[in-house]
Design a protein around this ligand. Structure first.
Ligand code: GDP
Ligand code: IMO
Ligand code: MG
Length: 412
């Protein structure tokens, strides 16, 4: 039996999609357990380049079943368009994708509330993806949300829908929202159509996963966002609305903590952040621009330019501790080529502390596509080993390009 949790160890966009796609070659299940279509997991493989938002990154392997777990919030429109895009590529989604009855639905009023709240925050805005994720989770917790499973019972869904509509109309008014749901009957009809389309996918996924564990199947739990965006341990209030760490993998899938075998933290060889909030190791504008262009650091969901910074070891150590990370997958090492020296933040994991840096020597060689550790220039090897030494955690994958095979695998 093997249950592996994959989490982002920074502010999201660490390359989780690439790593999960690669590991899915040997998986029976890949499960998304948190977030929603605020996530954008980019996969580069024989099908081309695709950003997945809700569908697990194991979908490209025919043996791999994919589950959208109870902890995910699902925008049906976004999900259906993703299913359609994959179908067009000839991927059999219908037979392999299952969605938890317990996952909550993102409704149009959630997106409107997200927009209105961000506008009202003015200069204090969070810089959300405006996908309605925060308000959907707010309603989940306040027990007025609608769940995917509700779609299976027209009468019950209609009753819940009407109550939620009333509540949200008042909320949108209170927020001085420029948008409101004008035609609830049309919207209800639209959701009942989604219900028909999604019906074949909706099941009790906890049960499926319990069976999978009992049958010794290999399961990957694919996290969204990153540890520093966690609602508790992240840079509050500049965070997402859910838990993003390894503990969320259990709550968001129904797999108990005692069944988890390892936690792989995916970290970029540097750091990026989309949206507002503290960023202790942020680079100066010029260096950030250069890294952004080389690393194509633009949001996979919103297209926003990502802020760029140096690696922050102090913060990584804290993230490893809180999440029990047992291995690191280090991505985008290729992007650092030709930058010399390479500063690494070694103290100052909180916004109030100033950072001190250690400068490591850079290298002049392109690393793209290298698959053997010994083929890395000594300075790049040193960079990887420095991180291992400082964190005390083994780096088992070094990614040297976006493609599935552009990876150095280092046996544990
Ligand atoms: P995720 O949200 O953690 O899955 O990451 P994103 O997909 O949002 O962002 C990571 C970006 O980096 C994507 O465009 C990937 O294709 C790309 N990527 C992943 N690993 C590497 C790598 O090792 N080198 C380079 N150059 N690009 C990479
Ligand atoms: P993946 O899974 C990077 C950020 C937003 C914003 C904050 C709150 O691709 O790594 P939200 O819409 O969630 O309420 O926005 O969180 N954010 C992400 N940043 N990668 C993500 O996902 C993110 N999901 C949310 O930019 O700062
Ligand atoms: Mg992303």
């Amino acid at each position: 039996m093997s249950v592996t949790v994959i989490i982002g160890a920074q502010y999201g966009d660490e390359g989780k999609g690439k790593i999960v796609d690669m590991l899915s070659a040997d998986a029976d299940y890949v499960v998304r357990y948190n977030g929603g279509n605020n996530a954008g997991h980019t996969i580069v493989n024989e099908y081309g380049t695709l950003a997945l938002h809700l569908i697990p990154s194991g979908i490209f392997y025919p043996q791999c079943k994919c589950i959208i777990g109870n902890g995910v919030v699902v925008d049906p429109e976004s999900l259906l368009s993703e299913i359609e895009a994959l179908r067009k590529l000839g991927i059999d989604v219908e037979r392999r994708l299952k969605i938890s009855t317990l996952a909550h639905l993102v409704m149009p009023w959630h997106i409107m509330r997200d927009q209105a709240q961000e506008k009202n925050r003015g200069a204090e805005k969070i810089g959300t993806t405006l996908r309605g994720i925060g308000p959907t989770i707010t309603d989940k917790v306040s027990r007025s949300g609608l769940r995917v499973g509700d779609l299976l019972n027209k009468e019950y869904f209609t009753k819940r829908f009407r109550a939620a509509y009333e509540e949200n109309t008042a909320l949108l008014k209170a927020l001085s929202s420029q948008n409101k749901v004008s035609w609830p009957e049309d919207l209800l009809a639209k959701y009942l159509r989604y219900a028909e389309l999604l019906k074949p996918y909706i099941v009790n996924t906890q049960e499926l996963l319990t069976d999978a564990i009992n049958n010794d199947e290999r399961i990957i739990l694919e996290g969204a966002q990153g540890a520093l965006l966690d609602i508790d341990f992240g840079t509050y209030p500049y965070v997402t609305s859910s838990a993003t760490g390894s503990a969320a993998a259990c709550q968001g899938s129904g797999i108990p903590p005692t069944k988890i075998n390892k936690v792989i933290g995916v970290a970029k060889a540097y750091t990026t952040r989309v949206g507002e909030g503290p960023f202790p190791t942020e680079m100066n504008k010029e260096t950030a621009k250069s890294i952004r262009e080389t690393g194509k650091e633009y949001g996979a969901t919103t297209g926003r330019p990502r802020r760029c910074g140096w690696l922050n070891i102090a913060s990584l150590i804290e993230v490893i501790r809180i999440n029990g990370i047992s291995e690191i997958a280090l991505t985008k090492l290729d992007v650092l080529s030709r930058h010399d020296p390479l500063p690494i933040g070694v103290s100052g994991d909180s916004p109030s502390e100033s950072v001190s840096y250690i400068n490591l020597p850079g290298w002049q060689k392109e690393l793209k596509g290298i698959t053997n550790f010994a083929d890395l220039p000594p300075e790049a090897q040193n960079y990887v080993q420095f991180i291992e030494k400082q964190t005390g955690i083994k780096i088992t994958y070094v990614s040297t390009g976006p493609g599935r095979d552009e990876t150095i695998k280092i046996p544990y």
